[in-house]
Design a protein around this ligand. Structure first.
Ligand code: FES
Length: 410
C-alpha cells in the first residue's frame, strides 16, 4: 500500500505556479452542523471530530485569498450553511470580490427574511435539495419532517427571483419515482433539475448495501429522463449523473486532483476533493496556518495525485490515462485500501471485481426483497462519535501504541 504520510517526490517537482493552473471553484463548507440526517451524506463520518469552525473574519480571508488566486465560482455548503448567521456577510463579501455565488441548501432556515437579505447581499443562485417526491420517503431518508417546508421554500425562492436548481440524490429507494420527481420540479418552476445518483463516500459508503440500485432501475430511470427531455424541451434542464459503479471506465474525478477544485472544511482544512478526509495519512493543510496560494501550489496534499506522475500500473502505461486521470482516489482507497491504485471502476483494474460484487449484491438484495436489509445508518452526532471512536480504537490497535493521531480522519 502507498504510504500517504510521506511526501510525494515526483509530484512535488510539479508544484510551481508555472506548471499548475489556478483553482476555478471554491467550495466553502461553512459548517458540519445540519438539521437533516441524510443516509447518503458525503460529509466525513467522523465529522464531529472536526467541528471547530472558522470565524467570519477567517472565512473572509479565505474568500479574498481564493479570489486573488483566480477562483471564480463559489459554493456555500455544509452541513447546512444557513445555520451560520454570518452567511449574508460572507455572500456580500463574495459579491464585492466578483465571485459567482451558489447556496447549496436543504432549505431549512431559509425564511422570507433571509431570502430577501441574501438577495440584497448579491447571492446569484440557490440549489435546493429534496430527498424524494413523496413526503414519506423525503422525511424517512433525511430522518426529519421537512417535505412541506421544502415545498414552501421552493415557492419563496421563485418569488424572490432566484434561478433555482432542484437537487435530488438518487438510489434504490427513489429511482422508481424519477417521473414524479421531475413532475415536482416542473410544477415548482425549477430551471434545472440535478438527478445525482449517489456517490458512495462518507455516510453513503456506510449505507452502500441499502442504497445501491440495480442496473435495471437505473436503465428505467434514464429512459424516463430521456422521455421528459424530449417532451419538455428547455423548460427545465435535467441532469442525470450515472453512478460510476455501473460503468467500465472511471470518471475524471474532480476534473483532476488539484486541477480546478479547492474545498475548505468548517475547521479550515483545505480539501483537494470532497472526500479527501477519508484518505489516511494525507495531511491536509489548514487555512489558519498556511496561505491559500502555498496550499494550492506547494502542499503535499494538493500535489499528491496531481497530473500523471503518481500513477502505478495499469494506469501508468494506459493509453486512456489522460482522459480519466486514473479515476477517483477516494474510491480507489475505499475499495482497494490504496489511494494510488487504479480506480476499480475501471475494468482494467485488477480490483474491478470489488465493484462487480457490490453491483451483484444489489441485484441479489432486490431479488430477495427488502426484508433482508440492515437498518440504515443516519448521519447524526451520536453515530458520528461512535464511528470516530471505533476508528480510533482500531487505529490504536493496528499501530500498537496509544499516541494520538493528527491530520486526517479515516
Ligand atoms: Fe476524492 Fe474522487 S472523491 S478523488
Amino acid at each position: 500500500m502507498t504510504d500517504l504520510s510521506q511526501p510525494a517526490g515526483a509530484a512535488q517537482s510539479q508544484a510551481t505556479p508555472d506548471g499548475v493552473a489556478p483553482p476555478l471553484w471554491l467550495l466553502a463548507e461553512l459548517t458540519y452542523r445540519c438539521p437533516l440526517h441524510c443516509a447518503f451524506c458525503y460529509n466525513p463520518v467522523d465529522y464531529t471530530d472536526h467541528s471547530r469552525e472558522l470565524s467570519t473574519e477567517q472565512w473572509i480571508g479565505v474568500l479574498r485569498e481564493a479570489r486573488a488566486l483566480g477562483a471564480a465560482q463559489l459554493g456555500f455548503s455544509g452541513g447546512e450553511p444557513l445555520v451560520r448567521d454570518d452567511l449574508e456577510v460572507l455572500v456580500g463579501e463574495a459579491r464585492k470580490l466578483g465571485f459567482y455565488t451558489n447556496l447549496i441548501t436543504s432549505g431549512v432556515g431559509l425564511t422570507d427574511k433571509r431570502l430577501g437579505d441574501l438577495k440584497a447581499a448579491g447571492l446569484d443562485h440557490i440549489q435546493l435539495s429534496f430527498q424524494d417526491s413523496t413526503q414519506e420517503l423525503n422525511d424517512f431518508l433525511s430522518s426529519t419532517r421537512t417535505f412541506d417546508l421544502k415545498q414552501r421554500v421552493a415557492a419563496s425562492i421563485k418569488r424572490h427571483g432566484f434561478p433555482m436548481v432542484l437537487n435530488c440524490v438518487l438510489h434504490r429507494y427513489n429511482l422508481p419515482h424519477v417521473d414524479k420527481i421531475i413532475d415536482m420540479a416542473l410544477a415548482m418552476g425549477a430551471e434545472y433539475l440535478e438527478l445525482a445518483n449517489t456517490q458512495y463516500y462518507g455516510w453513503a459508503h456506510r449505507n452502500e448495501a441499502q442504497l445501491m440500485p440495480t442496473r435495471e432501475q437505473l436503465e428505467e430511470a434514464e429512459a424516463v429522463v430521456e422521455r421528459y427531455r424530449r417532451t419538455q424541451g428547455e423548460r427545465c434542464k435535467i441532469f442525470f449523473v450515472v453512478p460510476d459503479y455501473f460503468e467500465r471506465r472511471p470518471k475524471r474525478c474532480m476534473n483532476g486532483w488539484g486541477a480546478v477544485f479547492l474545498g475548505v472544511a468548517p475547521d479550515g482544512a483545505a480539501l483537494p476533493c470532497h472526500a479527501a478526509r477519508s484518505l489516511p495519512g494525507l495531511v491536509l493543510p489548514n487555512v489558519k496556518e498556511t496561505p491559500l496560494r502555498e496550499i494550492w501550489y506547494e502542499s503535499d496534499a494538493f500535489n499528491r495525485f496531481r497530473g500523471l506522475a503518481w500513477m502505478k500500473e495499469p494506469c501508468r502505461s494506459c493509453d486512456e490515462k489522460e482522459r480519466d486521470l486514473g479515476g477517483c482516489r477516494c474510491q480507489a482507497y475505499l475499495l482497494t485500501g490504496d489511494a494510488a491504485n487504479a480506480d476499480p471502476v475501471c475494468d482494467k483494474s485488477p480490483s474491478h471485481d470489488a465493484v462487480v460484487s457490490v453491483v451483484n449484491m444489489a441485484r441479489r438484495a432486490a431479488a430477495a426483497g427488502e426484508a433482508r436489509e440492515q437498518p440504515i445508518l443516519f448521519r447524526n452526532d451520536t453515530n458520528s462519535r461512535k464511528l470516530a471512536s471505533n476508528a480510533s480504537a482500531a487505529s490504536v490497535a493496528a499501530s500498537g501504541d496509544t499516541g494520538s493521531h493528527g491530520g486526517t480522519g479515516g
